[in-house]
Unconditional design. Structure first.
Length: 220
């Protein structure tokens, strides 16, 4: 009798224990504890978490508006740069008297009448170059309309390395002077000194009665 009452008490206690375990979930629902707990928590990089190291980081090297300056070791890109080892330019000089030199100008000129007298309409001239003195001498004969005419150095023109010497005949008689009426031959000697080198070519022109006559052209 006492044994049966004890068995009934044990069965009721087991039932109550089982009922308590099943009702531990919220709202009376059972809690599934068989699966593994999900403990992984995603990292929010936008809230200051560690950067994603798997993503390649782009580094702009040529942005619009940026000027990239590279070293220029030899200075060739800079128009104002002058290489220190560039050969210096030296102006070439030609000794006086060389045909390739260009005279700098006429330093002095003169003419002397050596003789005159009645004769013919003669136009003669010769040219002599003197490199040591830097002079050109023209010896010639020009004519005039009467005995009162004389020779004059009218002009000396220099064009590059060519010179032209113009000798004219003019009357030097005054209003009261009586002149012999004959063609007069006038001998002269004209000297022209040049700065620097002598001209390579000299041309002699006679001017009389309004006309120019080319008498000679001499090249040294």
């Amino acid at each position: 009798m006492k044994r049966r009452a004890l068995l009934r008490g044990l069965g009721a206690a087991g039932t109550l224990a089982l009922t308590g375990c099943l009702s531990d979930g919220s709202d009376g629902e059972p809690t599934d504890t068989d699966g593994p707990a999900d403990t992984a928590t995603p990292t929010d990089t936008s809230a200051g978490g560690p950067p994603d190291t798997d993503r390649p980081t782009a580094t702009p090297t040529d942005r619009a508006g940026d000027t990239v300056t590279e070293p220029d070791p030899d200075g060739t890109d800079d128009p104002s740069a002058t290489p220190s080892d560039a050969p210096a330019e030296t102006a070439s000089e030609t000794p006086d008297g060389e045909p390739s030199a260009t005279p700098g100008g006429v330093a002095d000129s003169s003419l002397e009448v050596t003789d005159s007298g009645c004769g013919t309409q003669a136009d003669e001239a010769s040219v002599d170059f003197d490199g040591s003195d830097g002079t050109v001498t023209v010896t010639g004969t020009i004519w005039g309309s009467d005995a009162c005419y004389t020779a004059v150095l009218s002009d000396v023109r220099l064009d590059g390395d060519a010179a032209t010497v113009v000798v004219g005949s003019e009357s030097d008689a005054g209003t009261d002077t009586m002149c012999a009426q004959c063609i007069t031959e006038i001998d002269y000697e004209a000297t022209v000194a040049f700065d620097g080198a002598l001209p390579r070519e000299v041309t002699v022109v006679h001017a009389h009665d309004g006309e120019d006559t080319r008498v000679t052209s001499t090249t040294r």
